[in-house]
Design a protein around this ligand. Structure first.
Ligand code: HEM
Length: 527
């Protein structure tokens, strides 16, 4: 009797296993049945092992595009990923059918926290729409004009540091990182840091951690990709660990000190403290009209303690924030604004140091602006620099940074072109192929640096350095203001010359973003 039951149980599990393996295998016919090419998948893993071991994920996508064309298929475990460099297909996904593709494809760990702690980058659907509604006006022209003096103050500190470096070879990228962290701390965080002199400041050290570790290398994330049905259990497991740690906070405070040094924990705790201090200040200065205007203040102005219900209808939508949502967004601004903007400045400096003709043209435009306005640069004036704009766009075309951030997950089954896309499928643009496509960027060779090519109207999907569509980078104008102010002031005072190690330093590697190791230059004072 016992033997018979055991045989039945074993048989049941064998059948279950066979059914599971058969389902897995049949998922791999997804692209074949649609006539979409792609590299052969590895059973159970799909293509993730090749991507996890690739030196650069974006360059691996580009390599496969050369082999399989502008729309091809990969599998993350068994989840279909469309890798696309077909601009019409991308236009459908990012713009025309945005309602079916409003989510970004992220590891489950990005959406672990309670709803009020999910930021704009991780939020989906109506939750995302409400947050975007509140944050968009924070980056409006009027508000940016108010924050530009704060940015200028941080550039003052950079200029003082540069004075010490005149005529010596040094890595300017390090100083740019300190500048962009100062800017984000002053303007989004409301604290007056001095990163140029306080070089071991924990904000820089802890934030850099986010770009050094790819979340997809975390064991639990890998597991969730390979066995998506495990995700609810993994989520529960991580929540339990967090709850355990929170309990230990009271029972073993000395152990907790180490836990609170974990970068994410540390930064979010700092953010919360700054917000609490600001809220107290606002209350005590209720009648003070001279309040500090920064991104933090602008977001706090939208805070409510009432219950918020997310609604699809814009008229019914509450345009308010929870205080915790302000904290999680400020936290994300630090991560998003720091490495991206400093890396753009680093690539700009590399081009300027190696292309003196381009530098001279830019300096001519800057000098004219200074002469016209007696050396006073503000938001409106820097925005009128045509060549500066073309220059920055060309830098970001050739050296895009945050390529993996631009993805969309299908929320509702739909048809794009000739293909039926199912809920959960991922669309991943191959931005390197798009940015170097001669059909999109000719007649000048896309491998040459030619700012003027941006004078010609191009397909909107040809340039994706800031993403595209309603969910593109919300900080574009803020980033451009910072980049233009910094470059204008730097090039008005100095010429940038290449250091001996400029080429060795400018080796661009990708973990989460693509960035060079260093940019070695010399500064020569202009007469
Ligand atoms: C040169 C600098 C920057 C670059 C190259 C850059 C690039 C990007 C890219 C590629 C995305 C994804 C867009 C998409 O999926 O379509 C993004 C999203 C985002 N960026 Fe930036 N970014 C920069 C600066 C900033 C700054 C300064 C901030 C804020 C202070 C910021 C905040 C954000 C936020 C909040 C999102 C998520 C938007 C959403 O999901 O609605 N970025 N950025």
């Amino acid at each position: 009797m016992l033997f018979g039951t055991t045989v039945l149980v074993v048989l049941f599990f064998i059948l279950l296993l066979i059914a599971y393996l058969w389902t897995l295998n049949s998922r791999y016919s997804y692209f074949k049945s649609r006539g979409i090419p792609g590299p052969p998948p590895q059973f159970f893993f799909g293509h993730v092992r090749s991507l996890w071991s690739a030196e650069s994920i974006s360059r691996q996508w580009e390599k496969w595009t050369r082999q399989y064309g502008s729309i091809y298929g990969l599998f993350e475990g068994t989840r279909p990923i469309y890798v696309v460099s077909d601009v019409e297909f991308l236009h459908e996904v990012f713009v025309k059918q945005f309602a079916c593709f409003h989510s970004r494809h992220l590891p489950f760990t990005a959406r672990l926290k309670s709803r009020n702690l999910i930021n704009l980058f991780g939020a989906n659907g109506d939750h995302w729409r409400r947050q975007r509604h509140v944050i968009n006006p924070t980056f409006s022209t009027t508000k940016l004009k108010l924050t530009s003096p704060i940015v200028n103050e941080c550039i003052d500190a950079l200029m003082n540091k540069l004075q010490e470096k005149e005529n010596q070879e040094f890595d300017i990228y390090t100083l740019y990182k300190r500048l962009t962290m100062d800017v984000i701390c002053h303007s989004a965080f409301g604290i007056d840091t001095d990163m140029q002199n306080d070089i071991d400041n924990p904000f820089i050290v802890k934030t850099a951690y986010f770009f050094a570790v790819h979340p997809e290398r975390i064991f639990l994330v890998k597991l969730s990709y390979l066995m998506p049905w495990l995700t609810p259990i993994l989520t529960l497991f991580v929540h339990s660990i967090i709850a355990l740690f929170n309990g230990l906070r009271y029972l073993a405070p000395s152990f907790m000190n180490q836990f609170e040094e974990i970068p994410g924990m540390w930064i979010i705790n700092q953010v919360k403290q700054v917000i609490e201090a600001r809220v107290i200040k606002i209350k005590s200065e209720a009648n003070n009209k001279q309040r500090r205007i920064d991104l933090l203040q602008l977001m706090l102005d939208a805070v409510t303690s009432n219950e918020i219900k997310d609604k699809n209808d814009e008229n019914l939508m509450s345009k308010r924030f929870h205080q915790d949502e302000v904290a999680s967004n400020v936290f994300f601004f630090m991560i998003a604004g720091f490495e991206t903007t400093s890396t753009t400045l680093a690539s700009c400096s590399y081009i300027l140091a190696t292309r003196f003709d381009i530098q001279t043209k830019l300096q001519t435009e800057i000098d004219e602006l200074y002469a016209e306005h007696n050396g006073e640069l503000d938001y409106d004036r820097i925005n009128n620099m045509t060549y500066m704009d073309l220059f920055i766009r060309e830098v970001l075309r050739m050296f895009p940074i945050a390529l993996q951030a631009v993805s969309r997950e299908c929320n509702t089954e739909t048809i794009v072109g000739n293909y039926k896309i199912e809920k959960g499928d991922v669309i991943q643009p191959d931005i390197l192929t798009l940015h170097y496509d001669p059909q999109l960027w000719g007649p000048d060779d896309p491998y040459l640096f030619v700012p003027e090519r941006h004078l010609t109207r191009r397909h909107p999907m040809a340039f994706m350095a800031f993403g595209q569509g309603p969910r593109n980078c919300v900080g574009i104008r803020f980033a451009l203001m910072e980049l233009k102010l910094c470059l204008a002031r730097l090039l008005h005072q100095y010429s940038i010359l290449p250091g001996k190690q400029i080429e060795q330093g400018f080796i661009r590697r990708e973990i989460l973003v693509i960035q060079p190791d260093a940019v070695y230059i010399k500064l020569e004072k202009r007469c």
